[in-house]
Design a protein around this ligand. Structure first.
Ligand SMILES: [Zn+2]
Ligand SMILES: [Zn+2]
Length: 490
């Protein structure tokens, strides 16, 4: 019995260690270990009874080898496969990225880009739907095994920015935007997003037989906001049913970031990027000669009072210990001559918040302050919030963020994954997160050793990213999908 005890303990210890080392498959793995442990008990019993002890010991060693072998395969193999496949497709990812960079297209006009995307997905045997939300492409990769539907998203649009700098694949595209001639540039890095998601499609299509679920690839147009008078972007994709048929259980996305070093990933649970609503306030007064202001109701003075009265909303109404928020007036138009008091003044601005509650509060207070300030002067104000665009808070589901953190750390290395402060820019990925739990992370795109303070900002003519970042982006999204599927088996 002593021998049996010892060997059983050994087998259980190995099982324990291995089970810990492959947390993603813990449940199934424990079951396997239990079977093996029981079998070892039987062998030991035989050896105690004097039946062919050398065969029993050989079998024991065989089982131990099997245990170690299977345990390394469980977690490491998938990851190694992702890494190797990513390395294999890296030259293609870079080539796609350069091609998209050289041929950027504005929002709702991504016809060439969408064509290349659809063609590649089809070549991989992925079910493809085109023309979603105008130029969007949705690919469906059905794994051989049942499991959740995981959506992965990339945005495809460029910006009306004229590129500077001497990249051999710099954009020379020109267009007319809002009546003015301008260059078109991938000045937010969406070229890299499309290329990386095509790479992910390649990697995961090669693992189709092992996939526990379905991957929905969302190639979205117009993230930067639709041209005036048009619908577009994530909001329209959701409206056209991208989160249904099949219903999406979880959605992942990433944004390359020009002042975060290559190899790093940043994340944040909860409010990560701000909600954004534009606003318009039209102040109506009474016109008069500039020399007889007493006979006017001066909308310029009222507009100035409104701007001042809006300032305490952030300092006195918002709980800044929880979340930041912003009220900015970015343009003011009124009058056309120095000695005429005009009848109206138009103010345009933006409101940013990090929770749906704050978003509503800030919007209500701006309306109230504008209306009452105007009223107190005998003027009127018309307030439109949103005026033309609204984007909800990019809210990373906290439980999902916690659940997927080990996956991020395995892709980038634990020391390269850090929590970030909230970003006051907005991202329409939030519309998907209103329909399913989602996680949106930031991928370093600044060359190693670069200066985050001076790295060219997004949306500027000098914006650039280090292509060395793309590999990690592919691995990150592929591993998020695979790990979520594995975790869902439990
Ligand atoms: Zn942007
Ligand atoms: Zn962007």
């Amino acid at each position: 019995m002593i021998g049996r005890f010892k060997l059983t303990n050994v087998s259980r210890s190995i099982a324990k260690i291995n089970a810990r080392s492959c947390s993603l498959l813990q449940k199934g793995w424990r079951r396997l270990c239990k079977i093996v442990a029981n079998y070892l008990d039987l062998i030991v019993l035989n050896s105690i009874l004097g039946r062919a002890p050398e065969i029993s010991m050989n079998l024991f060693y065989l089982f131990v080898s099997l245990l170690i072998c299977v345990s390394t395969r469980a977690d490491g193999n998938t990851r190694t496969q992702v890494k190797q496949s990513t390395e294999r497709v890296e030259p293609n990812i870079i080539a796609w990225r350069r091609d998209f960079h050289e041929h950027p297209e504005l929002g709702n006009r991504e016809i060439r880009t969408a064509g290349i995307v659809a063609k590649h997905l089809e070549a991989l045997g992925i079910e493809v739907k085109t023309g979603v939300a105008k130029t969007g492409v949705v690919g469906l990769l059905k794994g051989a095994k049942p499991g959740p539907v995981v959506a992965l998203r990339a945005d495809m649009d460029g910006l009306p920015v004229t590129e500077r700098g001497g990249l051999p694949f710099a954009s020379k595209v020109k267009t007319t935007f809002n009546g003015r001639e301008t260059g078109v540039m991938h000045a937010c890095g969406h070229d890299t997003h499309v290329a990386m998601l095509l790479g992910v499609a390649d990697v995961l299509a090669g693992m189709k037989n092992d996939l526990h679920g379905t991957v929905k690839f969302i190639f979205q147009p117009c993230e930067e906001g639709p041209p005036f008078g048009e619908e577009g972007g994530a909001e329209l994709m959701v409206k056209e049913g991208v989160m249904e048929n099949p219903h999406v259980d979880v959605v992942f996305g990433q944004h390359i970031w020009s002042n975060l070093e290559v190899g790093k990933i940043q994340y944040r649970p909860g409010g990560t990027m701000a909600s954004s609503s534009d606003l318009q306030i039209i102040v109506k007064g009474k016109s008069a000669h500039g020399a007889t202001p007493w006979s006017s109701i001066d909308p310029i003075v009222v507009a100035a009072q409104i701007i001042n009265n809006l300032q305490p909303i952030i300092s006195r109404n918002l709980n800044i210990s929880q979340n930041p928020g912003i009220v900015t007036i970015g343009s003011i138009h009124g009058g056309n001559r120095f000695n005429i008091i005009p009848e109206t003044v138009e103010l345009m601005g933006t409101i940013r918040a990090f929770s749906p509650g704050d978003e509503k509060m800030l919007s209500d207070r701006v309306k109230q302050v504008a209306l009452k300030t105007a009223e107190s002067a005998g003027a009127t104000a018309e307030v439109k919030i949103p005026y033309s665009v609204r984007c909800p808070v990019t809210f990373n589901n906290p439980a999902l963020t916690e659940m997927m953190l080990p996956s991020l750390k395995k892709s980038a290395g634990a020391e390269n994954v850090t929590m970030m402060p909230p970003k006051t820019v907005a991202e329409d990925f939030s519309f998907y997160q209103e329909k399913a739990p989602g996680l949106f992370v930031f991928l370093g795109g600044m060359p190693a050793g670069g200066n985050a303070e001076t790295a060219p900002a997004h949306h500027t003519p000098d914006f650039t990213v280090d292509e060395g970042a793309l590999k990690l982006g592919v691995e990150t999204l592929a591993n998020l999908a695979l790990d979520y599927m594995e975790l869902s088996q439990k």
